[in-house]
Design a protein around this ligand. Structure first.
Ligand code: AMP
Length: 580
C-alpha cells in the first residue's frame, strides 16, 4: 500500500522519542570516539571517550571560549584542532540578540541533519492539514544573504541561506513555493520582498500557507504591503514590473509569468482599499489554511498583531533550532503560540540542561556559579523546571551554552517537551536589580492593555538603560498604531503616563524597592514614529543580518541602533510616582 509522504517521518519521530536515552548515549559516544583526538578534547579527556569523564572534565563554555579555535580554523588552520570531520563552511548566527554574529562550523553531517530535520518538523503539520503539500503552494517570505569568505577560503552563511542554497530545497521550490529563487537571492531585500509579494498575489488562488521563519518577518511583509499595494496592483494590472526593481534576476523571473490581469488587480485593490486591514491575509489568500512562523520567545509580542491580520487562521510555530544545533519540533501545530512546546529530537545533538533557579515569584534568575551545578541529561529533566540549554554537537561544540532558557512542559514518549522562556543575556540593570526579557514582556503586556479601549496597538517595543544622568532609568521605545488606519491619532498623554506607572507596578519587587529609594529614576516611554522599528531592522540587515533570521534586540546595546530610535521619537512620557 502506498504511504503518504509524511508517514515514514512520523514513524521515525515515534522511534526517536521512545528511545531517547539510548540515542543520546549513542550520539555522545560517537561524538567522543570521533573527536577524542582533537587538540581541544585531548586537553580534557587525554584521548579517553567515557561519558563520565566527559561530564567530569569537559568545561561548560560560551562562544568566547571556543572563538580562538574557530578563528584559527577560519584563518587557515586545519579544522581537526576542534573536530575530526572536515568542515565545509560556517553558519553565521544572526547576532541581533547577542551582539556580534558568531561563526559555527558546518560539516557534511550537519547538512544531512538539517535535511532530515526539515522533513521531521514538517510532517506533523502536513498530517494535520491533510497533506497540505498536495493542496497548493506556500507564500513564504525568504531572504538569503550573500555568503562571506573567511581568510581560509571557507564560506560563511546564515542557516537559512544555506538551506535556500541546498539542492533539495531548490528542487522543491517551483512546485511548493510561489517565490522564484531569484527573489530569494536578490541582494536588495526590499526588491526581493516586493517581488515575493507580487508573485504571491499573482498566484493568490493557489496559496495554502503564508509564512516566514519568524513572526516579525511576516509582519514586515504586511507593513510593506500596506505601503506598496497600489503599486503592486498597478503592476498586476499592466503586466509590467515597477522600474525601481532593477535586479536582473527578479526582472527575468517576472518576465516569465507576468501578463496584464486587470480583473485580479481590481479584486486585490478592493480588498486592500478597505478601512480596516483586519483579516487581510485571509481575504488576499482565501485558500490559506494557516500562517507558519515562529511565534514563541521574543516573537510572542507579535502574535496579537498577527492574529489581527489573519483573523482566525491558526499561527503555527513548527520548530526550535539555532545556528549551533537543531533542537525540537512542535507535534501539536494547532496549539496557541503561548502554549507551544517543542519536543526535543535526541538524534540531533547531545543535550544537557543547567537548572535555573526561581529567585522571584514568576520570574527567573540564573545561578551564578555554574561549576557547582550538575548538568541534567535530556531524559532526566523535571516537568515545570527551567533550564539553560547546553549542547554538544557533531560540529565541534562541546558543552556549549546556547543562551536560551527553556521550561519543561511535559514528555512525548521519553523525550521532554520544552516551552521557550527567554534569551538569557537580555537583562536590564541600573544597580543590583536584574530585569529579564520575561519580566519586561509581562510589564509591557500589562501596560499596553491600557491602549486597547483606544483601539491602538503596540506594534513594537524594545528597551535600554539610560545612565546619562544619575540615577539611571529604564527607557522603553514604543511604536503604536491605530487599528483602523495606518497612523495612530494623537496620543493621550495621561494614558501614556499611566502606561509608565503600570509598567513600573508590574515589574518585580527589587525594581520597585530601588525605585522607592531613588536608586532608579522614573521609567520612561519614548514613542517613536511609524516605521522606526523597520528602520532598526534595515540597519541590522545592512550590517549583514539575514532578514529571514532577524530578531529584534529586546534591549538595545549598540550606540548606532539607539540613535536610529532616538532620532524618531515623537513623545516622551515618565512615570509620575514610585510604584511602592
Ligand atoms: P540564530 O542565532 O539566528 O541561529 O538564532 C537562534 C536563536 O533564535 C535561538 O537560540 C533562540 O533564541 C531563537 N529561536 C529559534 N527558534 C525559536 C523558537 N521556536 N522559539 C523561540 N525562539 C527561538
Amino acid at each position: 500500500m502506498a504511504t503518504n509522504g509524511y508517514e515514514c517521518e512520523l514513524k521515525m519521530i515515534e522511534e526517536l522519542t521512545t528511545n531517547a536515552e539510548q540515542i543520546q548515549d549513542e550520539v555522545l559516544g560517537e561524538i567522543l570516539s570521533r573527536n577524542a583526538g582533537t587538540e581541544y578534547l585531548r586537553g580534557f579527556l587525554h584521548g579517553q571517550t567515557e561519558k563520565q569523564l566527559f561530564k567530569k572534565n569537559v568545561p561548560i563554555v560560551t562562544y568566547e571560549d571556543l572563538k580562538p579555535y574557530i578563528d584559527r580554523i577560519a584563518n587557515g588552520e586545519t579544522s581537526d584542532i576542534l573536530l575530526a570531520e572536515p568542515i565545509t563552511g560556517f553558519f553565521l548566527s544572526s547576532g541581533t540578540s547577542g551582539g556580534q554574529p558568531k561563526l559555527m562550523p558546518v560539516t557534511a553531517e550537519v547538512g544531512n541533519k538539517w535535511d532530515l530535520f526539515r522533513r521531521l518538523y514538517e510532517s506533523p503539520v502536513i498530517k494535520h492539514f491533510d497533506d497540505i503539500n498536495q493542496a497548493g503552494k506556500r507564500l513564504e517570505l525568504m531572504f538569503a544573504r550573500p555568503e562571506i569568505e573567511t581568510p581560509s577560503g571557507l564560506k560563511a552563511a546564515s542557516v537559512s541561506t544555506s538551506i535556500y542554497s541546498g539542492s533539495n530545497f531548490r528542487t522543491s521550490l517551483p512546485k511548493l513555493y510561489t517565490s522564484p529563487v531569484e527573489t530569494i537571492f536578490c541582494p536588495d531585500p526590499n526588491q526581493g520582498l516586493y517581488c515575493q509579494l507580487l508573485f504571491g498575489l499573482i498566484q493568490r488562488d493557489e496559496v495554502v500557507k503564508v509564512g516566514s521563519v519568524f513572526a516579525s518577518t511576516v509582519l514586515r511583509g504586511i507593513k510593506f504591503l500596506e505601503n506598496h499595494w497600489q503599486e503592486l496592483c498597478y503592476d498586476i494590472k499592466t503586466g509590467r514590473l515597477s522600474d525601481w526593481i532593477t535586479d536582473s534576476g527578479c526582472r527575468n523571473a517576472a518576465s516569465l509569468v507576468m501578463k496584464p490581469n486587470p480583473e485580479q488587480a481590481d479584486l486585490i485593490e478592493n480588498i486592500c482599499n478597505c478601512k480596516s486591514w483586519e483579516g487581510i491575509i485571509r481575504k488576499l489568500w482565501p485558500k490559506a489554511r494557516y500562517i507558519c512562523c515562529i511565534c514563541t520567545g521574543i516573537m510572542r509580542q507579535y502574535t496579537i498583531e498577527l492574529e489581527f491580520y489573519c483573523r482566525g487562521l491558526p499561527l503555527v510555530s513548527d520548530l526550535y533550532a539555532c545556528s549551533e544545533a537543531i533542537c525540537g519540533i512542535n507535534l501539536e501545530p494547532l496549539r496557541k503560540p503561548c502554549d507551544v512546546s517543542y519536543t526535543f529530537l535526541p538524534n540531533m545533538a547531545y543535550f544537557e540542561f543547567l537548572p535555573v533557579k526561581n529567585e522571584r515569584d514568576g520570574s527567573i534568575e540564573m545561578k551564578s556559579n555554574n561549576e557547582d551545578t550538575e548538568l541534567v541529561d535530556l531524559v532526566n529533566v523535571k516537568a515545570g523546571q527551567c533550564y539553560e540549554l547546553i549542547v554538544t554537537t557533531c560540529a565541534g561544540l562541546y558543552r556549549y551554552k546556547v543562551g536560551d532558557v527553556l521550561m519543561v512542559s511535559g514528555f512525548y514518549n521519553n523525550a521532554p517537551q520544552f516551552q521557550f522562556v527567554e534569551r538569557k543575556n537580555v537583562i536590564l540593570s541600573v544597580d543590583q536589580e536584574k530585569t529579564s526579557e520575561t519580566d519586561l514582556f509581562k510589564a509591557v503586556t500589562e501596560a499596553k492593555a491600557l491602549l486597547d479601549p483606544l483601539r491602538l496597538i503596540l506594534t513594537e517595543y524594545t528597551s535600554y538603560v539610560d545612565t546619562s544622568s544619575a540615577p539611571g532609568h529604564y527607557v522603553l521605545f514604543w511604536e503604536i498604531k491605530g487599528k483602523e488606519g495606518k497612523h495612530c491619532k494623537e496620543l493621550d498623554p495621561k494614558i501614556m503616563v499611566e502606561c509608565c506607572s503600570r509598567m513600573e507596578e508590574s515589574l518585580h519587587y527589587t525594581y520597585k524597592i530601588y525605585r522607592k529609594r531613588n536608586i532608579i529614576a522614573a521609567l520612561e516611554i519614548r514613542v517613536v514614529k511609524q516605521g522606526s522599528f523597520e528602520a532598526l531592522m534595515d540597519y541590522y540587515v545592512s550590517k549583514g543580518t539575514s532578514l529571514s533570521q532577524y530578531k529584534k534586540p529586546s534591549c538595545i546595546k549598540s550606540e548606532e541602533a539607539l540613535k536610529i530610535l532616538d532620532s524618531r521619537v515623537i513623545g516622551k512620557y515618565f512615570s509620575p510616582k514610585s510604584p511602592l
